[in-house]
Design a protein around this ligand. Structure first.
Ligand code: CS2
Ligand code: MG
Length: 408
């Protein structure tokens, strides 16, 4: 059997998504996610101009060969756009292989290693009161694990803080704004470092010791600042402190690791197993944050997790709304099968998005399950998708109070 057709589908139900649809000569369809937030059209062009012509007539069963062909054959390796394009092909081919086998994908990846995947949701508030409301909303929805982001006195809009929610209201935060230019946000790390420990003290006071809490430093601290925050958060028993310092400086984590026992998670902006070499072999992190879409697909992420398993490092796959339901389903299937699963990020997609992408995954008592439909279990409503035109959107840019550009 061979690949008869491959199409790059772009839609924007609330936010932009790029999906690759591969069809075999027998009409079996596979979907893959190639969404890179704020740079969507780059993967569209890479796929349409440089990858789709290479797929037609190829044997859809040879997933590893296809992966190597697209990675080594490109000569120019790695990077977010290349690896998202390869990921889209890889995910679609695994979807096809599982559909041909008439099995849910996790069965092909080794079967279920657990009854479900522990998931964490996003809670935020401009102050502690509104944060508590957001946390209660998530607890009421069944979340056992919650990421806490909060406003910082003196600073305006910052990362991860959605409009304050009323009781029962959905956390709705889309950082990529549909504007002609990136919005600029202000940042002051010292104000943040003074404020955050008091927030976790208040949350533990209000919700007790058992609720699983996570926090995202979003790449904003120096290694020494990250070490100091990690230490000051130790009394509040966080599941992890994420992206505490830019991960490109892998050695920088040695400083953090030597100063605190707060678990560390990194990797959502990484694109390759090579980005983790020092972090994993020196056990400088506890969780791999890569998303299947940005790391070359299921084939590559599974190898990364096998490497991490040797060092008892677990998964914490990146799952915000800019990972499409196709990408989320793919990493959920992988998360069900691998032994060293840690936790899955679950920022719920909008009702509009879930009308275009019909998913089979379920969320019960804090656990996600991919469902048992053949393949990924995601269908794409093309008619509806066509009604949502692509709309340029940018992630914000961050500036320190003196105007210096800083990590957003
Ligand atoms: C974040 C993301 O979910 C997370 O952990 O770091 O929301 C990130 O900001 C977005 O994916 C950027 O597109
Ligand atoms: Mg993050």
């Amino acid at each position: 059997m061979t690949i008869r057709n491959a199409e790059v589908l772009v839609t924007s139900p609330g936010r932009n998504f790029v999906t690759l649809r591969i069809t075999t000569e027998d009409g079996v369809v596979g979907l893959g996610d190639a969404t890179v937030n704020g740079r969507e059209l780059a993967t569209v062009a890479y796929l349409r101009e440089h990858v789709v012509p290479l797929l037609i007539g190829k044997d859809e069963h040879n997933i590893e060969d296809m992966w190597q062909f697209l990675y080594r054959g490109a000569y120019w390796r790695r990077g977010p756009i290349t690896m998202a394009a390869i990921a889209a092909v890889d995910i679609a081919l695994w979807d096809i292989k599982a559909k041909i086998a008439n099995l849910p994908l996790y069965q092909l990846l080794g079967g279920a290693s657990r009854i479900g995947a522990l998931a964490y949701g996003h809670a935020s508030g401009s102050d502690n009161e509104s944060l508590f409301t957001s946390i209660r909303n998530h607890v009421d929805e069944g979340f056992k694990a919650i990421r806490v982001q909060t406003g910082v006195p003196g600073l305006g809009q910052i990362y991860g803080v959605a409009t304050d929610q009323r009781p029962g209201e959905r956390y709705d935060y889309e950082p990529a704004k549909r504007l002609p230019l990136p919005a600029e946000e202000n940042w002051d790390t010292r104000a943040y470092l003074r404020h955050i420990p008091s927030v976790f003290a208040a949350v533990r006071e209000e919700f007790g010791p058992e609720l699983i809490l996570l926090h995202d430093g979003h790449h904003r601290m120096t290694p020494n600042q990250a070490a100091s925050l990690g230490k000051s958060l130790e009394p509040y028993d966080l599941f992890w402190l994420e992206d505490c310092t830019p991960g490109e400086n892998q050695e920088g984590l040695r400083r953090v690791r030597s100063q605190t026992t707060t678990p560390l998670a990194i990797g959502e902006v990484f694109n390759s197993i090579h980005d983790y070499q020092t972090l994993i072999t020196e056990q400088l992190i506890d969780y791999v944050r890569s998303a299947v879409t940005h790391t070359g697909g299921i084939t590559a992420l599974r190898k990364l997790m096998d490497f991490a398993a040797i060092y008892q490092i677990k998964s914490g796959f990146h799952g915000p709304t800019d990972i499409s339901p196709v990408g989320q389903a793919a990493q959920l299937h992988l998360g069900m099968a691998i032994h060293n699963f840690g936790i899955q990020e679950y920022m719920k997609h909008s009702p509009e998005t879930l009308e275009v992408f019909k998913t089979s995954y379920t969320f019960t008592d804090g656990l996600l399950h991919p469902g048992n439909n053949p393949g990924l279990g995601v269908d794409y409503n093309e008619e509806l998708a066509k009604s949502y035109d692509y709309t340029p959107a940018y992630l914000p840019v961050n500036r320190l109070l003196d105007g210096t550009v800083h990590d957003w």
